[in-house]
Design a protein around this ligand. Structure first.
Ligand code: ADP
Ligand code: MG
Length: 412
């Protein structure tokens, strides 16, 4: 839902009206929901400034006293951690907190562009340039969080928000924990597709004693992979098979999706999706990777060579001439389109975009598997079949296009 639309106070009972929160803020429409929380837009009654409030219900009648106490404890931990890490440009701004007998109200800066997850569902994939910008923000946030000895443990596109200027804000510190350098964690928490091998191994009694902050860097690898091609690196309909692939670090830069992507992002991903956490890059090291150097710096500092300068000048003149006569389209052989339309980047974007528009309602939050299902081979084969049937019908109507000679081109 777009911010500001569809608010109806009768839709949802607003909780705990007596709370101090209401004297300061006016709650508005729902922005998102979690297992025990609802996030709403809210407005400061005095300044009219907009915020987001996470309302956590600690009064569930079905929950035992111990469970309620655990939820209260977890929320206080979330608040403590937010107070420590907030203030960084890529971490959600934490503004206010109210606690009543039945609810917690956590007030945050409002991210008008919502979740990175929804943005990705709209655009399907991000370019390398856009991925560089988003990942730099994520790594900056992770470096900041880790510098306090805090592990986030639930990094995924649903917990990465975008503000008005599309700046990344890492949020949801509900699973975050502060720990000593030598301390190891063992509890299983996070979202299946983003879990690191060491989290899974120590929960299956395999060769791992526990895990530390490296789990966030594994999740960054999964996010970066997903941003570039729209589908996650580890997925199988049978979850156990997927978890096995994660533990073995088995994933591919599969063709054709990865064919048009350069080596630097692949290299960075392959240094994050490393099974041994001690060999995985840290956030600091990831930020030093050549993928984050400017395009100019990546080419190296050019020396002055007169012959090369002359060649470059000729090249520029030729380019200008070509651009003058360039229509903005480029030719693709009809044969190539007929045989494998999905291999061609621009057609692939159209096909994936259509699939997302038709089936986006299948993509449930927190279940990255459904996103992956949209990219399954069978679906591609089906689309390919449909495209070739349409092409054949078109050819029957226009027999002149029927020749398979390589000189057959059409503008895309
Ligand atoms: P949970 O712990 O229940 O997952 P989150 O803190 O992740 O709670 O918030 C749930 C959802 O609410 C987010 O995924 C997002 O869609 C929305 N949301 C949370 N905080 C904000 C915010 N500051 N601005 C806009 N939307 C938000
Ligand atoms: Mg969340």
């Amino acid at each position: 839902m777009t911010i500001g639309e569809g608010f109806d106070e009768t839709d949802d009972d607003l909780p705990d009206f007596g709370s101090e929160f209401y004297s300061k803020y006016e709650p508005k429409e729902v922005l998102g929901r979690g297992i025990s929380s609802v996030v709403r837009r809210c407005v400061d009654r005095k300044t009219q400034q907009e915020y987001a409030v996470k309302i956590i219900d600690i009064s569930n009648e079905k929950a035992s006293e111990a469970e309620t106490e655990a939820l209260k404890e977890a929320t206080r931990n979330e608040v403590d951690i937010l107070r420590k890490v907030s203030g960084h440009p890529n971490i959600i701004g934490f503004v206010d907190c109210f606690e009543s007998l039945t609810f917690f109200f956590l007030v945050f800066e409002l991210c008008k562009n919502g979740e990175l997850f929804d943005h990705l569902t709209r655009v399907v994939t991000l370019s390398e340039k856009k991925t560089r910008q988003v990942m730099r923000h994520i790594f900056e946030a992770v470096r900041h969080v880790h510098s306090f000895g805090i592990v986030h443990r639930d990094l995924k596109p649903e917990n990465i928000l975008l503000d008005e200027s599309m700046t990344v804000k890492v949020t949801d510190f509900g699973f975050a924990v502060e720990l000593q350098e030598t301390e190891l964690l063992t509890d299983l928490c996070g979202t299946p597709g983003y879990l690191s091998p060491e989290i899974l191994k120590c929960n299956m009694n395999l060769d791992a004693d526990g895990y530390h902050k490296e789990v966030d860097l594994w999740a960054c690898g999964v996010i970066m992979y997903t941003l570039l091609v729209g589908s996650p690196p580890f997925w199988h309909r049978k979850q156990m098979v997927m978890l096995r692939a994660i533990m073995d670090g088995r994933y591919q830069f599969s063709s054709p999706e990865w064919d048009d992507i350069s080596d630097y992002p692949k290299d960075l991903i392959s240094k994050l999706l490393v099974v041994d956490p001690s060999k995985r890059l840290t956030a600091e090291q990831a930020l030093q990777h050549p993928f984050f150097e400017s395009a100019e710096a990546q080419k190296g500092t050019p020396q002055f060579v007169p012959r090369r300068k002359f060649k470059a000048a000729v090249f520029v003149v030729r380019c200008i001439h070509k651009m003058k006569h360039w229509s903005g389209h480029f030719p693709i052989s009809l044969q190539a389109v007929k045989e494998d339309p999905y291999r061609i980047k621009d057609i692939r974007k159209v096909i994936d975009g259509c699939a997302f528009r038709i089936y986006a309602h299948w993509v449930k939050k927190g279940e990255d598997q459904n996103r992956a299902a949209l990219f399954e081979n069978s679906a591609k084969v089906e689309l390919k079949r449909m495209v070739s049937e349409r092409r054949n019908r078109f050819r029957r109507k226009t027999p002149n296009l029927g020749s398979s000679s390589t000189s057959d081109v059409f503008m895309f």
